[in-house]
Write a protein that binds this ligand. Structure first.
Ligand SMILES: Nc1nc2c(ncn2[C@@H]2O[C@H](COP(=O)(O)OP(=O)(O)O)[C@@H](O)[C@H]2O)c(=O)[nH]1
Ligand SMILES: [Mg+2]
Length: 279
């Protein structure tokens, strides 16, 4: 058979209740639009575009369900936030809700598509107005895009999906790169540092038990005690390389220079000519 379920890109569809999430996903997957009731649980819909399988995970938007959203963040490839573009009264609530979502370190770097839905309504707000109302300009740790659309007429949906597919094709490396360059200490840096400090503690314990003596000759480099200064230097070197790789990827992306992952380590190849391997 074709692609497995695990190969599908996972798109989390979030937004306040009544924003039009269910209607939008139904239009995308071309499902019959039934009478819509507020969604109570997780709804997953599959479709495929340009050979990419897409799994839309729609979560219920009512306030009592929002704290549960974070349980679905791990492994997400894309976030779609649907806002009712014709309801300025709930724009603040939408802004604060989105802010809480983006605050989670699990989704740092994951690209965000904001669908300003219900653009068929006369009192709709324009995307620039919504950018202002929702303070989207403050988002710096991921690629984001706003697209006006109507789940009812279908207007704007293809344009939004086109951006979404372009982002998905870049893959997780791009999202991770953005996460690294936008945060002072990333999770990977923290893990790296924790490992080094754990090694230091082990060494100190051995030393306290008097086993550190006599290691000079046969113990070898591996057993040599790390000092905090060593840890600092190693951390600076390794995190610097990670940071450099991430900055490079982001710089290439911003200039729309194509790059791709290759076999060894974290590699970047530009235009099939320049190669840069970082390990
Ligand atoms: N005029 C208009 N109404 C819409 C649009 N999208 C959704 N709706 C209506 O908004 C209401 C809430 O939609 P629903 O998909 O259930 O929102 P959800 O709670 O975010 O899943 C329903 O009555 C829909 O018919 C749209 O693009 N235009
Ligand atoms: Mg719904």
């Amino acid at each position: 058979m074709g692609g497995t379920q695990s190969a599908a890109k996972r798109i989390l569809v979030l937004g306040l209740d009544g924003a039009g999430k269910t209607a939008l996903v139904q239009t995308i997957v071309q499902e019959q639009i039934d009478t819509l009731f507020p969604t109570q649980g997780l709804k997953i819909n599959f479709t495929a575009r340009e050979g990419i399988r897409l799994a839309f995970w729609e979560l219920p938007g009512l306030p009592q369900f929002r704290p549960q959203w974070q349980g679905y963040y791990d492994g997400v490839d894309m976030m779609v936030f649907v806002v009712d573009g014709a309801n300025p009264k709930r724009m603040l609530e939408a802004r604060l809700t989105l802010k809480t979502v983006l605050h989670s370190p699990v989704v740092t770097g994951v690209p965000l598509l904001v669908f300003a839905n219900k653009c068929d309504r006369v009192n709709k707000r324009s995307p620039p107005q919504i950018v202002n109302l929702m303070k989207l300009g403050d988002i710096r740790d991921r690629h984001w895009y706003i697209q006006a659309c109507s789940a009812t007429t279908g207007e704007g949906i293809d344009a939004g999906l086109e951006w979404l597919l372009t982002e998905l094709k870049k893959g997780k490396l791009a999202a991770n790169a953005r996460a690294v360059t936008s945060r002072e200490v990333t999770r990977r840096h923290r893990d790296m540092l924790a490992e080094m400090v754990a090694g230091y503690n082990k060494g100190s314990e051995r030393d306290a038990a008097g086993e550190g003596e006599g290691e000079g000759e046969g113990g070898g480099e591996e057993d040599a005690l790390l000092t905090l200064r060593d840890i600092q230097l190693r951390f600076e070197k390794q995190s610097g390389v990670l940071y450099a790789a991430s900055c490079l990827i982001v710089a290439l992306e911003e200039r729309e220079i194509p790059w791709k992952k290759v076999e060894v380590g974290v590699c970047v190849r530009v235009g099939g000519r320049v190669g840069c391997a970082l390990k």
